[in-house]
Design a protein around this ligand. Structure first.
Ligand SMILES: Cc1ncc(COP(=O)(O)O)c(C=O)c1O
Length: 451
């Protein structure tokens, strides 16, 4: 059954074309059948080229109206430019070092043991149990692993499954801008109406009045991300209480993306679900990638009460059905890591953060020091550039360092055009080299211009 379901689109298209050829049976058609198969094959390659490196295909690109405004992601664009100029990549948020051996060994062992076929759709029982146990330790909430935990292909799929499974076309969903880019794209796929509330520097605090105004009887859900990418903000208890009270007042759901929950610097991470009366209306989303430096494994999960889990699982069943089996087994080992693992992680990331934050300050940036995540936002306007995209291109081409222009994370790009986001999930030498390059090319180039 599942084998049939996984037949590729390319194969299906070729078969349709072959059918057409048989209907027209003529000696010359054989060639046209071949060329139509080749054409179909080329179309498949074209679409894969588009999605992987963003190059423009020779045929006109085709995309549904839902996604046409997203085009190539800025991550792809900047990464291509970074490779071309051999820039040190502080743009995309993945470590340039490997995850722990004990987890990698567990994956290898799982493969050797033959755990290589489809897993149970909502997760292997051992992983559901490990997630529930971890969730209890972190939040004090006791959940049923069989009815309230869904294993997904990364947090990205957990986000998509929650939105597809729980939001109806036309429902209003509130996002805090700047936002992680998949929220907007996924909400567009479900035809939701998006309302944004902008978090502004220096502290990116939640603007209470604007948030109250954004809520209405049409608000189906609010998307919260704490610790927050790209600002490095960690939502305070007061801010979460405000969100909770508005959710309860308007009978809205909360989706809370907590992939950076282990990366905090002197701030306490609080799960929205742990606030009074919130568990029953919250889907908590998380994954293995950031905490364990294994972003390529794409093991994520959603924790929610059974009535909400039902919607999440329905969507998940038709999105990916199940997630890579051996990596689920390895995730069980990861989630059983001792407390010392998390302590070391914070110590390591604190010193990486300090290298970058202090370095950026010395170069002349106005830096908004993060309380969480592995990102730091800075104001680039001291260097006189009109926009973040212009600044980031200069940074790659002339300085040899890649960063992300954050205007793409806002519905109004002007809100972010004075900012730049750097990632510090890199080894210390790399961070120091990046700072040195910026010192050489940027330090002392501060122009008399304020934002
Ligand atoms: C806020 C946020 N959520 C989700 C993800 C994606 O998580 P995963 O790799 O588990 O899909 C990222 C990755 O950068 C992120 O920054």
């Amino acid at each position: 059954m599942y084998g049939a379901r996984s037949m590729s689109l390319c194969t299906k298209l070729v078969r349709v074309n072959e059918l057409g050829w048989k209907q027209q049976a003529s000696p010359t058609v054989h060639t046209s059948s071949l060329s139509s198969a080749a054409f179909t094959h080329r179309r498949c390659s074209v679409s894969s080229v588009m999605s992987t490196n963003g190059s423009v295909p020779s045929l006109p690109p085709q995309i549904s109206r839902r996604l046409e405004r997203f085009k190539t992601t800025i991550f792809t664009e900047m990464s291509i430019l970074a490779v071309k100029h051999q820039a040190i990549n502080l743009g995309q948020g993945f470590p340039n070092f490997d995850g722990p051996d004990f987890i990698k060994e567990a994956a290898i062992e799982a493969i050797k043991q033959g755990n290589n076929q489809y897993a149970r759709g909502f997760g292997i029982p051992q992983l559901n149990a490990a997630i529930a146990e971890r969730f209890y330790k972190d939040t004090g909430l006791l959940v049923d692993p069989e009815r309230e935990v869904t294993v997904t292909s990364g947090c990205t799929e957990a986000i998509a499954a929650s939105m597809i499974g729980l939001v109806n076309p036309g429902d209003e969903v509130i996002l805090f801008a700047p936002f992680y880019d998949s929220y907007l794209a996924t909400l567009s796929m479900v035809d939701a109406t998006i309302k944004t509330v902008t978090l502004r520097p220096p502290d990116f605090a939640v603007p209470e009045k604007e948030l109250r105004e954004a809520f209405s009887s049409k608000t189906r859900a609010i998307m919260v991300n704490t610790p927050h990418n790209p600002t490095g903000k960690v939502f305070s208890l007061q801010e979460l209480q405000l969100i909770a009270s508005l959710c309860k007042q308007h009978d809205s759901l909360a989706f809370t993306d907590e992939v950076y929950h282990r990366l905090t610097f002197g701030a306490e991470h609080i799960s929205l679900a742990s606030l009074d009366g919130m568990y029953e209306r919250t889907v908590t989303l998380n994954s293995l990638g950031k905490t364990f430096s294994l972003t390529g494994w794409k093991i994520g999960w959603a924790v929610a009460p059974p009535n909400l889990t039902w919607g999440v699982r329905q969507a998940h069943a038709f999105l990916t059905f199940a997630t890579a089996t051996p990596f689920q087994w390895a995730a069980v080992s990861a989630l059983k890591a001792p407390d010392s693992f998390y302590k070391d992680l914070i110590a390591d990331y604190s010193s990486k953060k300090d290298i970058l934050v202090e370095g950026l300050k010395e170069v002349g940036f106005k830096v908004f020091e993060p309380k969480g995540t592995y990102f730091v936002m800075a104001d680039h306007t001291p260097f006189g550039f009109a926009s973040d995209v212009e600044f980031c291109k200069f940074l790659i081409e002339e300085v040899g360092v890649a960063a992300i222009p954050p205007s793409v994370f806002y519905t109004d790009p002007d809100d972010g055009k004075h900012l730049v986001r750097f990632a510090f999930c890199k080894d210390e030498d790399t961070l120091r080299q990046a700072v040195d390059r910026m010192k050489v090319k940027l330090k002392g180039k501060v122009v008399a211009r304020t934002h």
